[in-house]
Design a protein around this ligand. Structure first.
Ligand SMILES: Cc1cc2nc3c(=O)[nH]c(=O)nc-3n(C[C@H](O)[C@H](O)[C@H](O)COP(=O)(O)O)c2cc1C
Length: 180
């Protein structure tokens, strides 16, 4: 039985993600692209991945180039659209271009990466980056789910899982797994 691409997209969209702008320097200036296919990969060495459509300009720019993953704040919907091929008129895009890769003002997290590896991801290319610098900001992230932008909403009752990768006081998801 063949896979229906539309149904598959809808089903994949049930997985809620954050929204990032992946940015790198090019001969023509900074190129940014909206990406939700971003994931932590490894703590040692510190690696993350982004999966980028082969047809995009970003895919060409990212070959062997340092890049930054800028996690958008809840207020960043216009930025998400802007870097997804829908330019927003009068949008103030404020880059800090001093560090290893371009940082977007107001992002809730920033990871500047050197290129680590590239893998065939079918119609996408999977880029692994080694984190060279990172910073966390304040505020809630923008969320993408079911083809819509959302806010984070209220946390659920219950204690936080201290071994999660996200928890600064925990040992980390990967070490929790390896000691089992
Ligand atoms: C919320 C959202 C998430 C997206 N995630 C991805 C992604 O993970 N990978 C990707 O290649 N494109 C993704 N896109 C589409 C690109 O942002 C879009 O194709 C962009 O115009 C490519 O720009 P470029 O050709 O200038 O590089 C996403 C778009 C939106 C709105």
């Amino acid at each position: 039985m063949g896979i229906d691409a539309r149904e598959l997209r809808n089903c994949l969209g049930r997985f809620a993600t954050g929204v990032t702008v992946v940015a790198c320097r090019t001969d023509d200036g900074i190129h940014g692209v909206t990406v939700n296919a971003f994931s932590a990969v490894s703590l040692d060495p510190p690696l993350v991945l982004v999966s980028v459509d082969r047809r995009s300009r970003a895919c060409r720019h990212l070959e062997d180039t340092p890049f930054a993953v800028n996690v958008l704040p809840e207020t960043g919907q216009d930025l998400a659209l802007h870097f997804a091929g829908r330019p927003q008129r009068d949008l103030d895009v404020d880059w800090d271009d001093e560090g290893p890769a371009p940082r977007l003002a107001g992002c809730v997290a920033f990871f500047a990466c050197s290129p680590w590896a590239r893998y065939d991801g079918g119609d996408h290319v999977i880029y692994l980056g080694k984190i060279e610098e990172f910073a966390g900001g304040n505020g809630d992230p923008l969320v993408f789910h079911g083809g819509r932008f959302r806010g984070l909403g209220e946390g659920l009752a219950g204690s936080p899982w201290l071994d999660s990768l996200d928890c600064p006081s925990g040992a980390g998801w990967f070490s929790a797994l390896s000691t089992r």
